[in-house]
Design a protein around this ligand. Structure first.
Ligand code: UDP
Length: 397
């Protein structure tokens, strides 16, 4: 099949680990490569965010990454991109009109890509599959006034949920949210993200260690990822060091440093900065325990990457982490935003080598059995086949 993926702000070519580049970039890169390996013809359309971006780059996996001119050719925060989505959609449509490469299905990632996808695909009767990656209603619930999303987001997401041929939920919690938003259950497909098991594996280089046991946490340095809660938990977990990988936001790093100083744990908290994704497995392997303690989490790739490296995970009991981490088997689930409970849980686990080993082995097994890219790509391939040629628009006519 010819499959067009739209990922307006998250290019598979960009390095994740900054404010607007993270799991979606990793996901789109992994999914595109896995679908190409199944023999599909894949193009990923992303916004041209620099003057030197060529119209199309073909990756080593044979995926075409197309830079669509829409708005200024420079990096912009994702929350500022809405005004350019109409232009993005029109450019996409124009490309497909003048090109023998017309997709059989369009898969949009994030709500703004959905708007561009619908603009281009609907008039040409091409079916649209939508993955939101994050939902405005959930973000608003947790962040309130601090949410910088355009105010139209929630309304547009509801609309997209109703008109897309399929909406992919990445976890059961997201499926519930989508149902509450009015997306018909029959149009929701539950397909979790995959993880690259060739890259994220227990064997391989290990980042240098100190004499202390290591608790590692990885992610974009944004408040909702709960790094401050992890630092506040460290006084309840004496001994281990806490390494935080992700960045690069100097203001957030500074804020977290102050938290560590106030808690009296500054000498045990270390910031590794942004790590290139190729270097991430070595960091996971160097950890005794990986902590992923966000306030909320649409899916959460980092715990899965840690599991694929055979590491036990302590995670907040929210969103996608409720599906990936099995409490008492592959890790421990804790209440979000509760540093004392988190600290006690970490302490019990770090002090118990046997449990760490058993969790790590079960985590590796779970990642390999359920979250390989070929498996996820195969399930999405079935979704694409189900909608190809049977779009809602076609049925309505
Ligand atoms: N990541 C990275 N370098 C960093 C921090 C994070 O490559 O310094 C990657 C991490 O390995 C994962 C992604 O960014 O693939 C984060 O995905 P996740 O789903 O955990 O969070 P999101 O960014 O979607 O909120």
């Amino acid at each position: 099949m010819r499959i067009a993926m739209i990922s307006e702000h998250a290019s598979p070519l960009a390095a994740p680990g900054t404010e607007d580049a993270g799991g979606q970039n990793t996901h789109v890169a992994g999914l595109a490569a896995a679908l190409a390996a199944l023999g599909h013809d894949i193009r990923v359309y992303t916004r041209r965010d620099g003057p030197d971006r060529p119209p199309m780059v073909v990756t080593g996996d044979g995926v075409g990454v197309v830079h669509v001119p829409a708005g200024p050719a420079r990096a912009l925060p994702k929350d500022a991109l809405l005004p350019y989505m109409g232009e993005f959609g029109r450019r996409l449509g124009a490309q497909w009109d003048g090109d023998p490469w017309v997709p059989d299905v369009v898969h949009a990632h994030f709500w703004m890509s959905g708007l561009a996808a619908v603009t281009a695909a609907r008039p040409r009767d091409i079916p649209v599959v939508q993955t939101f990656h994050a939902l405005g209603v959930v973000k608003r619930r947790h962040q309130g006034a601090a949410d910088t999303s355009p105010p139209q987001r929630i309304g547009f997401e509801r609309h997209l949920g109703r008109i897309a041929d399929r909406v992919v939920a990445q976890c059961r919690d997201e499926a519930r949210e989508l149902t509450r938003m009015g997306v018909p259950r029959s149009r929701i497909a539950l397909v979790p993200s995959g993880v690259d098991l060739d890259v994220f594996a227990p064997e391989g280089p290990v980042a240098p260690r100190t004499a202390r046991p290591r608790i590692l946490s990885v992610g974009r340095l944004v408040e909702r990822k709960g790094f401050a809660d992890l630092i506040r938990a460290m006084p309840y977990c004496p001994g281990p060091e806490c390494v935080i990988a992700g960045g690069p936001d100097p203001a957030e790093t500074e804020r977290l440093r102050h938290v560590a100083e106030r808690c009296g744990v500054a000498e045990r908290v270390r910031f590794a900065g942004q790590v290139p994704i190729a270097g991430m497995p070595a960091w996971y392997r160097s950890a005794d325990v990986v902590a992923a303690v966000p306030w909320y989490e649409p899916f959460g790739l980092t715990p899965l990457e840690a599991m694929a490296c055979g590491r036990p995970v302590v995670a907040s009991a929210v969103g996608g982490l409720l599906d990936t981490v099995v409490d008492g088997i592959t890790g421990d689930l804790v209440r979000p935003r509760d540093p004392r409970a988190l600290g006690h849980t970490l302490r019990r686990l770090v002090d118990d080598d046997m449990r760490c080993y058993a969790y790590g082995a079960a985590a590796l097994d779970r990642a390999r059995q359920r979250y390989s890219w070929p498996r996820t790509a195969g399930r999405l391939e079935s979704v694409y086949r189900a909608v190809a040629g049977r779009s809602v628009a076609a049925v309505a006519r």
